[in-house]
Write a protein that binds this ligand. Structure first.
Ligand SMILES: [Zn+2]
Length: 317
């Protein structure tokens, strides 16, 4: 059993303590998010909740990650969490242990789409007809393969935080019609992490076409999940929880339940999250909407984003 006095002392070291409830089991702090005495930290259940902005921390480690990431190791020592080597749990043990994906070689025969060959021209036509803008094709280094295992496929590379390619998606479009994901540990990949600004709202979609069809050069915070799965084992969730910005989950219409599950999971990690619910617009996926996607952001997301923009401006004054 963990020592509640020790936990109390730990949270007092970086949060502003105000009062206790339930015989000391619950401690109220000033919530760093809304600046009100609304953050209830339960020392026995190891959960927290802000009654003002409905932020929920199903596990106090998310609260530590958000407001004192350098104290993760200290927290785990108090709680008695043991590090599971080689898993994302490492990240929650100590921030310095976050693992980044390995560098990946682009496949044999990779060429940027520059309209120099028949294949490049067909790929360009295919992508632009589906709504991916030419500036996006160029700036995200989308290419084709003219030989090898990926011959005749369009290649969408992903650039990791360290600047190198850590993943790619292949899409055959001429005679064969399918996708192939490089077989790397997906829980560790954040597609095009290099271009993500974690201090701005993030949109999560299923595939690269969704991400690129709703992107222009100024909108880089759309992250494809490469499917419809996401759990606390993913480094993406770790980053979202750490930076604590607004998130919109916009999965395909046929994944409505998964969308709901992901929204709930993220909310329980202390992340402000809304569901896009593409079904209300009678379309099957975000790609179909192209840039119109942004006109239909969920109202709750718009409101909270406006507030954070306002707060940012006030802080700048
Ligand atoms: Zn709050």
């Amino acid at each position: 059993m963990h020592d509640t006095d020790q936990i109390a002392e730990f949270f007092d070291s970086f949060l502003q303590f105000k009062r206790t409830y339930k015989n000391g089991e619950e401690r109220y702090y000033v919530c760093p998010e809304c600046n009100r005495v609304k953050l209830a930290v339960n020392l026995k259940k190891l959960k927290a909740h802000c009654w003002h902005d409905s932020l929920n921390y199903n596990d106090l480690k998310f609260l530590v990650l958000k407001y004192a990431p350098d104290k993760l190791a200290e927290y785990n020592k108090i709680i008695g969490t043991h590090r599971v080597s080689g898993s994302i749990e490492d990240a929650f043990y100590e921030e310095a242990l976050v693992k980044y994906p390995d560098r990946l070689k682009l496949p044999e025969g990779f060429k940027l789409i520059q309209g120099k060959t028949e294949l490049e021209l067909s790929a360009y036509k295919y992508l632009t007809e589906r709504g991916i803008r030419s500036d996006v094709i160029a700036s995200r280094y989308i290419g084709v393969c003219n030989e090898g295992k990926y011959k005749d496929a369009i290649i969408f590379p992903s650039f990791g935080i360290r600047g190198y390619v850590d993943f790619f998606v292949a899409r055959w479009f001429l005679n064969r019609d399918y996708y192939l994901y490089e077989s790397v540990e997906k829980s560790n990949i954040i597609f095009n992490e290099l271009f993500v600004d974690w201090h701005k709202p993030v949109v999560l979609v299923e595939g690269v076409f969704d991400a690129y069809c709703i992107s222009d050069l100024h909108m880089t915070n759309v992250i494809p999940l490469m499917g419809s799965s996401l759990s606390t084992e993913y480094r993406l969730v770790y980053n979202l929880a750490k930076y604590g910005n607004n998130v919109v989950v916009a999965l395909d219409n046929d994944a409505k339940n998964k969308e709901k599950r992901i929204v709930t999971m993220l909310r329980n990690c202390g992340i402000k999250t809304s569901a896009y619910d593409i079904g209300r617009l009678n379309v099957k996926d975000p790609a179909v909407l192209r840039m119109k996607f942004w006109d239909y952001l969920p109202k709750e997301h718009k409101d909270s984003t406006d507030i954070s923009i306002l707060e940012e401006r006030i802080r700048e004054l």
